[in-house]
Ligand binder design. Sequence first.
Ligand code: GDP
Ligand code: IMO
Ligand code: MG
Length: 422
Amino acid sequence: MVDLLLGLQWGDEGKGKIVDVLTKDYDIIARFQGGPNAGHTLEFDGIKHVLHTIPSGIFHKNAINVVGNGVVIDPVIFKKELDNLDKFNIDIISKLLISRKAHLILPTHRLLDAASEASKGKAKIGSTLKGIGPTYMDKTGRNGMRVGDLEFENWKDKYRALADKHEELLGFHNVDIEYDLDELETEFFEGIATLKKLTFIDSEQYIFDAMASNKKILAEGAQGSLLDIDFGTYPFVTSSNTTAAGACTGLGVAPGKIGKVLGIFKAYTTRVGSGPFPTELFDEDGETMGRVGNEFGATTGRPRRCGWLDLVALKYAVQINGVTELMMMKADVLSGFDTIKVCTAYNYKGEQIQHLPYNIEEDNVNPVYTEMKGWAKDLTKMTSADELPEALQNYIIYLEKELNVPIKIVSVGPDRTQTIFR
Ligand code: GDP
Ligand code: IMO
Ligand code: MG
């Protein structure tokens, strides 16, 4: 069986931290979608690590880490990630396996991403500019380059043809993007040289065999359910299926082989990039969440927009994914608020609704809040569930009842050890 760990909001819920915490119980950690648009942070022994493509189990000796077929890899960023791991003496060749079917992000994909965003003006998606959209477009358009292509001698011809086509496409966008392709290609080819040193596998076969020998596998999601290409706040989404079904196609796991579905959410909500966010705060409360929660994008450094927990959106994410266990992150950030608000419905076109409407826009949906008593205690040194303040326990019980799924972990700080099991 394969367990899934998925973000239930707009990403950055704390997936990296929890995968790192759980890895001791798994043999394999596998990424199944997204690419270096992701920034997964984990902290232990006073050091903070940010991973973009490499699964968050990489620091544990017991686990093999797999980059699955559904992932898109930028060799340039990948090389930097590997360089950052140098000092940890990890046996990368045997601990990090790459699917031959994963697609490659070319330098020109990044340029196309920039051109597409620039040409959209105010309507831009706010993409991470990592080339994600154009790479998945080439995948579904059946033009993409895959990791396995690098095992053939003519891979450079394939690269050239695709990059030339991209340069032509760049001309169709009515914007000026300055670039030096020679320079970009130099670092790209260096990245490819590094990537080629790694172990390429037929990852679906590897996962079948692992399941047959009862290995414990955890699939690590990237982004969050509200950024899903089908079910997120389209078009302000990413270009992959971030929800549970994405793990089936992104790793080759049959639906019946999915075990636990671990859904992870922040005790409040954040979003980076453009798009609707009904509970977004523009006041001191939002500013406090951002400051205390250190809410800056792990990939782009952009400030994250902050707001109260949106239970309407969270219920939707729980349903879409079939979540069996919940993990609530960053409860510590809410310490000190007199009142905690939770959005339980939306006012939409004069009606009160409890679902996400089709045309959710920046300002056509107004949240209806329920208020709960806050807590003042510092949680960051607490280690067991009974130490948690009563008001927080009430918040947890309220959410469990509303979502009808148990909250098994409450996270009270960024470090591996600041994790309370219930
Ligand atoms: P991911 O993309 O889901 O892996 O999440 P990110 O790493 O992008 O963002 C989560 C941020 O919150 C990181 O800076 C983490 O170190 C931090 N973090 C995770 N859990 C907690 C927590 O319980 N409390 C606090 N204060 N920070 C946390
Ligand atoms: P992790 O895995 C938060 C957002 C971008 C933008 C939209 C599309 O760290 O949770 P893209 O570059 O994918 O075309 O951008 O999606 N986005 C994320 N937001 N966390 C992420 O990943 C994200 N990956 C993409 O900000 O709004
Ligand atoms: Mg992140």
